[in-house]
Design a protein around this ligand. Structure first.
Ligand code: UDX
Length: 443
């Protein structure tokens, strides 16, 4: 099929590259000339596992093209995906200006019938709005059907999720359009759920809200575990083995971040408010997450008193491993709070430093060496569970730090490991251990 993908962010780029790999002829369109030039040369502007080789392969075999020219992109296609950003407005609602703008541009360039597919996460009702915008601005003789096809790609494993996703959701009012989407994805052999447009849009929000709820739930349980002397690892494994609950998304820590969960939970809560049904459960999920991100600095102040002039290493900046994305990362809040407390911060990350530098400039020292970050530090806070951190030997903390104190926001080390070393190790939802192995109370 001939496909255009409008917007080359994480979702658009992965979708475009992988669709080309399935055998379709794909054009990726973006207004940013610099990005398109980079892509034409075979380089991915984002760090995404496995993406670049597939990108290069499909440029070479002639199935993947990049352009900034709307006519070339939109005039004649079987399908156009809208994958532009839907950032958050200050009140938590989704900002739809890019979606609306691209809908107008598409309508202005069309020379043939086409199916337009909304992949950006948008409030319920937006797909119908896009249908209207295109209807009102397209050449009258052309038939355009707008469908909803939400994405479920996780950053860092987006390519894998494209090929091996659990389901593909297609929301359409028109059987033929839905069948075209089915045909497009058929080589993947992933179960397809065909539904109406509003339900498809809601499935996306409800999925992310449910996953965020699971995370805040386990984080609340982890705080209780700390207070009553239970261990969250045991508890999560105990409840996760009930098939009705399942073992996934029960990793306690310093909360969820990224480009989706924080934004989508707020947008759904806002949407609920708009229809006079305050979503109290989801509001609590958001509140718990905000609190969770502040835990490391709270614990540090509890243990050390003032942080003024102390040297603190923040290990991991990306919102999760295998990505350079720092949007809504717990590390941002942690570093900001540390700086406010007068601490001297050195931050480690294997790939996210260029993004972090844009936020903190010279207020923070950055390094891609864990040893350098912890050298003479008074405190190390682990904010991302990178393999490099998990594999970093614990004895080196006592060798390099002033007085090894680790606050591990991602439970990277086992308590048994921590017990064997001359360190004070504080993690999330687990009994606190110090060098001699005896538990200490934070109360
Ligand atoms: C998410 C959804 O998973 C994906 O389906 C959607 O389309 C986009 O949003 P992503 O934001 O890339 O994907 O990351 P994900 O792996 O889902 O993790 C989100 C956040 O939750 C991370 O900050 C992670 O650290 C946190 N998390 C995840 C936990 O704190 N505990 C867990 O058990 C799982």
């Amino acid at each position: 099929m001939k496909v255009t993908v409008a917007g080359t962010g994480y979702v658009g780029l992965v979708t475009g590259v992988c669709l080309a790999d399935l055998g379709h002829h794909v054009t990726c369109m973006d207004v940013q000339e610099e990005k398109i030039n980079l892509l034409k040369a075979g380089y991915s502007p984002i760090y995404e596992t496995g993406l670049e080789p597939i990108l290069q392969k499909n440029i070479a075999n002639g199935r993947l093209h990049f352009t900034t020219n709307p006519k070339e992109a939109y005039a004649q296609n079987d399908l156009i995906f809208i994958t532009v950003g839907t950032p958050e407005n200050p009140d938590g609602t989704a900002d739809l200006q890019y979606v609306e703008r691209v809908a107008l541009t598409i309508a202005g360039q069309l020379e043939d019938d086409v199916i337009v597919c909304m992949k950006s996460t948008v409030p319920v009702g937006t797909t119908e709005k896009v249908q209207k915008i295109i209807e009102q601005n397209k050449p009258p003789h052309l038939a355009v059907e707008v469908v909803s096809n939400p994405e479920f790609l996780r950053e860092g494993s987006a390519v894998e999720d494209f090929y091996y996703g659990d389901r593909i959701v297609i929301g359409s009012r028109n059987q033929e359009a839905a069948a075209t989407l089915e045909e497009l994805y058929s080589p993947l052999q992933i179960p397809m759920i065909k539904t109406d447009i509003r339900s498809a849009e809601m499935i996306k929000y409800a999925s992310n809200a449910f996953l965020a709820t699971k995370i805040s739930f386990i984080n609340e349980i982890s705080t209780l575990c700390e207070k009553i002397g239970a261990n969250i690892d045991e508890v999560a494994s105990g409840i996760g083995s009930d098939r009705r609950i399942g073992p996934h998304f029960l990793q306690a820590g310093i909360g969820y971040g990224g480009s989706c969960f924080p934004k989508d939970t707020k947008a759904l809560a806002q949407l609920a408010g708009n229809v006079q049904h305050p979503f109290e459960l989801l509001e609590a999920v958001i509140k718990v997450n905000n609190r969770q991100q502040s835990l490391p600095v709270e614990k540090a102040k509890h243990l050390l008193g003032s942080l003024q002039g102390l040297k603190v290493a923040v290990l991991g900046i990306a919102f999760k491993p295998k990505t350079d994305d720092i949007r809504e990362a717990a590390s941002i809040k942690i570093i900001t709070e540390l700086l406010n407390e007068g601490a001297i911060v050195t931050a480690y990350d294997p790939v996210a430093i260029p993004n972090a530098e844009k936020v903190f400039g010279e207020k923070v020292m950055f390094t891609d060496e864990i040893r350098e970050a912890i050298l003479h530090a008074d405190l190390a806070i682990i904010a991302t569970e990178w393999d490099q951190i998990k594999m970093f030997p614990l004895y080196l903390y006592s060798e390099y730090m002033n007085d090894a104190l680790i606050i591990d926001g991602r439970n990277c080390y086992s308590l048994a490991q921590a017990k064997r070393h001359e360190i004070k190790y504080i993690s999330i939802g687990r009994p606190v251990e110090q060098g001699d192995g005896s538990p200490v109370s934070l109360n």
